[in-house]
Design a protein around this ligand. Structure first.
Ligand SMILES: Nc1ncnc2c1ncn2[C@@H]1O[C@H](COP(=O)(O)OP(=O)(O)OP(=O)(O)O)[C@@H](O)[C@H]1O
Ligand SMILES: O=C(O)C1=C[C@@H](O)[C@@H](O)[C@H](O)C1
Ligand SMILES: [Mg+2]
Length: 172
């Protein structure tokens, strides 16, 4: 089967980048993050894309970056926290090897801190995260084959659970 061995989705602070890098190392495959792909395409960091071009433009770049990565990459892929907002993207993810890293508000807030590098969280990160978590939970759930709770657990414990679940799922 082609396509990424695992696609990680979840809100900011879920640990997609951190856990994704551990999984890639464990499986000895590449790691890719669509946020980095978008920055490479745009030639500037995500906060600058939001300031110069607006969120709608960022989301268009994101839809294209996710579609490309899903079609050409077979390692561990982390998506940006808001990628699932696009129905077009959810359609590509449905039925795929998607892992939802869930996180509750208090752990998300402590991991994200003041929201540095995350333009949507630049003002009032706690209230914004609360809204994002509620708005997006059903969207992550809709596309996930596996959901893993991350609260109070180390990235290593979370990666180990995913490795075991994938190994035990003959249809992964
Ligand atoms: N399970 C965990 N326990 C404690 N801290 C964690 C955990 N997972 C990640 N972190 C820390 O939380 C911060 C955010 O993690 P990370 O960047 O991996 O999240 P992300 O899901 O990729 O977020 P974004 O959507 O903003 O890219 C980092 O400082 C990371 O070290
Ligand atoms: O949650 C979001 O909407 C975002 C999360 C980040 O991964 C980046 O994709 C960007 O900052 C937007
Ligand atoms: Mg990340």
């Amino acid at each position: 089967m082609s396509g990424p061995v695992a696609v990680l989705v979840g809100p900011p602070g879920a640990g997609k980048t951190t856990v994704g890098e551990l999984l890639a190392k464990h499986w000895n495959v590449g790691f890719r993050d669509t946020d980095s792909d978008i920055e490479a395409t745009a030639g500037k960091p995500i906060p600058e894309i939001f300031v110069d071009d607006g969120e709608d433009h960022f989301r268009a770049l994101e839809r294209a970056a996710v579609a490309s990565a899903l079609s050409e990459f077979d390692g561990v892929l982390a998506l940006g926290g808001g990628a699932v907002l696009a129905e077009e993207t959810r359609a590509l993810l449905r039925g795929g090897r998607v892992v939802y890293l869930s996180v509750e508000l208090s752990d998300a807030v402590s991991r994200v801190g003041l929201g540095a590098g995350r333009p949507l969280l630049a003002i009032n990160p706690r209230a914004t995260l609360k809204y994002l978590l509620e708005q997006r939970r059903p969207l992550y759930t809709e596309v996930a084959r596996l959901t893993v709770k991350t609260d109070g657990r180390t990235p290593e414990e979370i990666a180990d659970e995913i490795v075991a679940a994938v190994a035990g799922n003959g249809n992964w």
